[in-house]
Write a new protein. Structure first.
Length: 324
């Protein structure tokens, strides 16, 4: 009996002893903490860029939406807008003044874009190396870019004035002309004067962009090409310029966009004249909206110009894209 009780007590004590701990199920706490941290970082980033997003919405998206909405209305400047559907867009092909202005704007763009690129690239080669006096040279060429187009246009309008300007006396002293040139009385000379002003103002900025591209090209690449027997021009065309593809694309986008949107220089220096021979697209949009009091039609022209710019710049970026 005693043995039975002892066995019973032993059995009870064995059954009541704690069992070995079972492995715990993997907890999700680390994963939740990581997800929470990533969420907080996303919110922080969104808060940091929210001022920029607000500025884009207020100063770009809202005006763009309003312009598109206005383009579908007949809206006199001092009247009430009336829905007109696609009437404003349908009137564009028959607008001879707009077509002439578009042709002149394209011609101006075709002339000024390669001119700025080649001059900017040449200056970039001159200032890419750190030598004595190079910093002053860079500053002198870049400084005009700080000035506005309006102030630069007024400056060159005065310089090319046949009565008080400096250009005509210099040309006559050099024997290049016998009498003062009436620069703004001819479309050719007026365009030439505008091009000189734009090159003076903009080329310094393009010089810096292309200089940054040249400085990013390792010297070892050009040295290896020269050691392999490649000439300087061959090295430039086959090695250096292809490595500048991204910078050249950026310069071309800036040049084409700025030229297609040219306004102040022609508005101030030529007024679109003589006649309408130097009238640009943006000048005609301005005249249609605020001189002819057709805000709806001017908005339709603006939307069309935006679409053309997107197509042209898209083609440029596609042709100059990075290739493996």
């Amino acid at each position: 009996m005693t043995r039975r009780r002892g066995g019973t007590v032993a059995a009870r004590s064995a059954s009541s002893s704690p069992s070995p701990p079972t492995p715990a199920a993997p907890t999700r706490a680390p994963r939740r903490r990581a997800e929470g941290l990533a969420r907080r970082r996303s919110l922080t980033g969104l808060l940091l860029i929210s001022p920029a997003l607000l500025l884009v919405a207020v100063f770009f998206l809202a005006p763009l939406g309003l312009t598109v909405w206005m383009s579908f209305h007949k809206w006199p400047l001092l009247g009430t807008p009336e829905w007109s559907g696609f009437d404003n867009y349908a009137a564009i092909p028959g607008d001879r003044t707009f077509l002439d202005a578009l042709g002149y704007t394209v011609l101006y763009t075709v002339i000024i874009t390669p001119l700025l690129l080649f001059i900017g690239l040449g200056l970039a080669f001159l200032v890419r190396d750190q030598r004595r006096g190079v910093g002053i040279f860079r500053t002198v060429w870049f400084l005009p870019y700080v000035f506005g187009f309006a102030s630069s246009a007024y400056l060159f309008l005065w310089l090319f004035d046949s009565s008080v300007g400096f250009v005509d006396p210099v040309l006559m002293d050099l024997g290049l002309t016998d009498a003062p040139v009436q620069w703004m009385n001819s479309a050719d000379t007026a365009t030439m004067a505008v091009i000189v002003m734009v090159v003076w103002k903009v080329v310094g900025f393009q010089m810096l962009l292309l200089m940054a591209g040249l400085q990013s090209v390792p010297d070892e690449v050009n040295e290896a090409a020269l050691m392999d027997g490649s000439g300087r021009w061959s090295t430039l065309l086959r090695i250096t310029l292809p490595l500048l593809r991204r910078h050249v694309a950026l310069v071309l986008v800036f040049s084409v966009s700025g030229s297609m949107l040219a306004f102040e220089q022609f508005f101030i220096m030529t007024g679109g004249g003589p006649g309408n021979e130097t009238l640009t697209v943006v000048n005609w949009i301005y005249n249609s909206s605020f001189a002819n009091f057709q805000l709806g039609y001017g908005s339709a022209l603006s939307v069309l110009l935006l679409v053309l710019l997107m197509i042209v710049n898209g083609i440029q970026l596609f042709l100059l894209r990075e290739r493996d």
